[in-house]
Design a binder for this molecule. Structure first.
Ligand SMILES: Cc1ncc(C[n+]2csc(CCOP(=O)(O)OP(=O)(O)O)c2C)c(N)n1
Ligand code: SF4
Ligand SMILES: [Mg+2]
Length: 363
């Protein structure tokens, strides 16, 4: 006789006033830190760079998932920096997968646990199964395997930690590298002064539109409660779920180490990273409307990877952000519309609070 597969339901954290930006500095700090669970399945002692956004994401996701979790990680920084010979920071079962097969490996994990529980070979309940893949893996080399897993609706959470480059191999361009983002494969020069010419691949929308039966959401390391609740919602959802999380890379983007979480808020407040949730039951998107709307320059000028941008590049970026505001149903204030005019900008390296021009990325 087949045994029943019992699924867990993780309670959500209180989001009141905490998940989003607030319109005053005091509020941003007051509501930033949630009551984090004490347990730490991603313990201290790993070897990522100081301020590493993906490491912050790993920690919060695994705090939200808890001890009854099985986690996989395809090749990338978060494999290499976390798995020195005979040593990992995980206190839960963890496995490395090739960069292309995070989706297929995790499908196998989910199907395997289900089969073992049904046959009475594993007592259950069904564990929280998740994979955290880099953008190079999830949006490029391993896109097919994750799309296949979502389409087949395996009961697992597929997360892309997006540091907008192939970081581990020396900061190469990936499909999610933003327009004008400098990488070792998109250097700026006379022929291509903006560095990268193409806009980033809209991975999360691809996943939601292409797999409408899945729970899909975007988030950032700027909003810990939002990130942890979306992790729990994705795990609670019976079937496949996909989470796309913005995670700054201190080494590749060249910014002050302490600014990782601040970048995670500013990217939303400047209209460059819409935060939303797609509910497969309603087949609808729910967009977060931040109360602060900033010029993109407030975000760009904090990072050396944009230090080469010329006025027309900044204006192009602002136009893209303004289209994003419209797409999520928000008005574009006149002062942001005016900033679509290159004449309103100076070279980014002349901004008083800009980082030094970045010529040493990946060195
Ligand atoms: C099939 C294959 N191609 C290339 C590589 C080399 N490689 C190892 S890590 C890595 C970067 C992965 O980038 P991403 O998934 O974005 O993770 P990040 O390093 O940024 O954390 C690459 C290209 C590989 N391991 N396998
Ligand atoms: S290179 Fe970037 S993603 Fe990799 S460990 Fe350093 S900060 Fe993290
Ligand atoms: Mg990456």
């Amino acid at each position: 006789m087949a045994h029943e597969v019992i699924r867990q339901q993780l309670p959500l954290f209180d989001e009141d006033g905490r998940a989003g930006a607030t319109d005053d500095e005091h509020g941003r700090d007051l509501y930033y830190l949630p009551d984090l669970p004490e347990e730490d399945p991603y313990a201290a002692g790993h070897r990522t760079c100081a301020g590493c956004g993906p490491a912050i994401q790993y920690r919060w996701v695994l705090k939200a998932a808890g001890q009854d979790t099985v986690v996989a990680g395809p090749t990338g920084c978060m494999y290499v920096a976390n798995s020195t010979y005979l040593c990992t920071p995980y206190t839960v079962p963890w496995a490395h997968t090739p960069i292309a097969s995070g989706g297929s490996f995790t499908s196998g994990l989910a199907a395997g646990y289900e089969a073992m529980i049904r046959k009475g070979r594993y007592p259950g309940p069904f564990p929280n199964i998740l994979v955290m893949a880099g953008d190079g893996s999830a949006s490029d080399i391993g896109l097919g395997s994750i799309s296949g897993a979502l389409y087949r609706n395996h009961d697992a959470l597929f997360i892309c930690y997006d540091n907008e480059c192939y970081a581990n191999t020396g900061i190469q361009v990936s499909p999610t590298t933003p327009y004008a983002g400098m990488t070792t494969f998109t250097p700026f020069g006379k022929a291509i002064p903006e560095g990268k010419k193409l806009p980033p691949k809209n991975l999360a929308k691809m996943m939601a539109e292409g797999h409408p039966h899945c729970y899909v959401a975007t988030t950032t390391v700027g909003y810990p409660v939002d990130l942890m609740n979306k992790t729990r919602k994705g795990l609670n959802h019976v079937g496949a779920a996909f989470l796309h999380c913005y995670t700054p890379c201190q080494k590749g983007w060249v910014y002050q180490t302490s600014m990782t979480v601040e970048l995670g808020r500013r990217v939303v407040e400047s209209g460059l990273w819409p935060v939303w949730e797609y509910d497969p039951a309603e087949r609808r998107y729910h967009y977060f409307h931040p109360p602060v709307q900033r010029p993109v320059i407030d975000y760009l000028a904090m990072q050396g990877r944009f230090g080469h941008m010329l006025p027309e590049h900044v204006a192009t970026m602002q136009a893209g952000a303004n289209r994003n505001w419209e797409a999520i149903g928000m008005d574009v204030p006149p002062h942001l519309r005016d900033l679509e005019d290159p004449a309103r900008h100076q070279r980014l390296k002349d901004e008083e609070y800009s980082m030094p021009l970045n010529r040493g990325v990946g060195a």
